[in-house]
Design a protein around this ligand. Structure first.
Ligand code: GLN
Length: 538
């Protein structure tokens, strides 16, 4: 059987959850035993989102093979439980880079290189690439941006061409739109959807299914109206209603028969019924918590929820595993100081200090860590959060008052966090950090060993600076242990304070590998520690 391609575009507004719909459909097809992968095409000109501030597009997600990607790849991995790679996220920048490199090599000698056909050919090649591997029955492609944007036009044009080049039963196009509810008129409005589909059709792409994002139930007559005006089959207009959890969306889509419509279109009749046992078990626990904790997430990108997407999702998974509702309170590190730290952190059952870059908010992070260390509040530091707990310890326990990170104090006399050796000659910023999966050897008897239950682990990284091992002996003598090291280079990957009930800092990003059906061990243990801390409060 030939590989089947699903294209998901979006209209009316951004942030409708196109990634969730695409991932939900992929999940439904996977639950029926099909081999499914999913990829994202992003219309911006950056080669990858690695150089973007999280305020632009939210968190940068990192894959095992070290690609810095769009956060939707995180949803794909979490929903499908499979690993994605560099090939699963393509940007306009990457497309142009390939075409321009080929042009310089002389691949188009004598020809004018144009958007159509050269750029669109390269887009199509990438759209079909994963399917050509023979590893998948279905490839779901999400096109970023909103139909009508200048940037996404070449992608829409590529889908238009593919609609003619592939057999009808090998390609299906799904369009996600918004049907707003006007409170004053007490009405759901379909006009924006009609306009969005018109725009898509003007570009030559005909949607086979329209998914309407809505906060109220979309009644049958409105579905028929959308179908009539948008020229799709009456049954092919479905709703995606606001859900209490994103993990509920695959089940909602199944109820709307989205997978059935797609399979019918593909002529796939002999596909087994889906098995959702594990997802349902997860949702059952998520929706029926037996306890509740308050956890502080101290960071500087707190205004934007998406900036810490994977961390927030990891708490959802770890919360369900502990049958506990985790209330995450984001606390702006820039406004945290000695004066207000107790007031802000005293109500918390645990403190997580987030990853990040640059100087802004660093001192607030250090203040939060000192509070957690001295008051024996469970503490978990990730990447920059780990680096700051090393600085806090050096300053306040070892008495090295000017201990600093070379990232913000390049001439510091005591760089307890220093630039990694192989970073010293790096001048290019894009894609040059220590990225992707690295092994870590855990010392037996440590907190990390009790958490992971094994000595060899692998986690994903994204950083340039490291624990400066020149200070290791002093640190260990004073009570901060390096319990995890890279087996090849000896880089310190995990630090902990054994005299504290739960104090751990990790140089890697464990949040990237947490899944609803396979929650990340440190997050699980951290939530458990928060539950215990709360129980022992006076
Ligand atoms: N800025 C720090 C570094 O580059 C930490 C990075 C991070 O938190 N992801 O090492």
């Amino acid at each position: 059987m030939s590989t089947k391609y699903v294209f998901v575009t979006g209209g009316v507004a951004s942030s409708l959850g196109k990634g969730i719909i695409a991932a939900s459909l992929a999940k439904l097809l996977q639950a029926r035993g099909l081999r499914v992968t999913i990829q994202k095409f992003d219309p911006y000109i950056n080669i990858d989102p690695g150089t973007l501030n999280p305020y632009e597009h939210g968190e940068c997600y990192v894959t095992d093979d070290g690609a810095e990607t769009d956060l939707d790849l995180g949803h794909y991995e979490r929903f499908l439980g499979v690993k994605t790679s560099k090939a699963n996220n393509v940007t306009t920048g990457r497309i142009y880079h390939t075409v321009i490199t080929k042009e310089r090599e002389g691949a188009y000698l004598g020809k004018t290189v144009q958007i159509v056909p050269h750029i669109t050919d390269e887009i199509k090649r990438r759209m079909l690439l994963l399917g050509k591997s023979g590893n998948y029955d279905v490839v779901v492609t999400e096109v970023g941006g909103t139909v009508g944007d200048m940037e996404s036009q070449p992608f829409i044009e590529a889908i238009r061409q593919l609609q003619w080049e592939l057999p009808d039963e090998d390609l299906i196009s799904i369009h996600l739109t918004l049907v707003p509810y006007l409170r004053a008129a007490k009405e759901l409005k379909t006009k924006p959807t009609q306009h969005s589909v018109q725009m898509l059709q003007q570009a030559g792409v005909h949607p086979d299914i329209i998914v309407c994002r809505t906060e109220k139930v979309l009644p049958e007559d409105l579905r028929r109206k959308v179908a009539l005006f948008c020229n799709v089959k009456p049954g092919h207009v479905i709703q995606s209603i606001d859900a209490p959890s994103i993990y509920q969306v695959p089940l909602n889509m199944e109820e709307e028969k989205l997978d059935q419509m797609v399979l019918n279109h593909f002529g796939m009749k002999e596909v087994p019924e889906p098995d959702f046992t594990k997802l349902e078990q997860f949702l059952e626990k998520l929706q029926n918590p037996k306890s509740e904790v308050d956890i502080a997430l101290v960071g500087k990108y707190v205004e934007l929820q998406d900036a810490y997407k994977s961390i927030l999702e990891s708490f959802v998974h770890a919360g369900a595993a502990n049958e506990c509702k985790v209330n995450v309170h984001t606390i702006h590190s820039e406004y945290l100081d000695e004066e207000n730290v107790a007031e802000k952190l005293a109500p918390m059952d645990a403190v997580l200090v987030a990853p990040g870059f640059g100087e802004r908010g660093l001192e607030g992070k250090i203040t939060a860590i000192r509070y957690a260390r001295e008051n024996k509040v469970p503490f978990f530091g990730i990447c920059l959060g780990m680096q700051m707990c090393v600085i806090e310890f050096a300053r306040n326990v070892l008495g090295i008052a000017d201990a600093a990170s070379a990232e913000v104090a390049p001439n510091s006399a005591n760089p307890v966090i220093d630039l990694m050796d192989d970073q010293k000659s790096t001048t290019i910023k894009g894609g040059t950090m220590r990225l992707g999966a690295y092994g870590c050897h855990i010392e037996k008897g440590s907190l990390a060993y009790r958490i992971y239950g094994c000595e060899e682990i692998s986690e994903r990284h994204r950083h340039r600076y490291e624990f400066n091992s020149r200070y290791l002996e002093q640190m260990e003598a004073a009570g901060m242990k390096a319990s995890g090291r890279n087996p090849e280079t000896g880089l310190v990957e995990i630090v902990e304070i054994p005299s504290h009930p739960f104090f751990i800092g990790v140089q890697f990003h464990p949040e990237y590998k947490s899944r609803p059906e396979m929650p990340q061990p440190i997050f699980c243990a951290f939530v458990k520690a928060a539950i215990e801390f709360k129980a022992n409060r006076k």
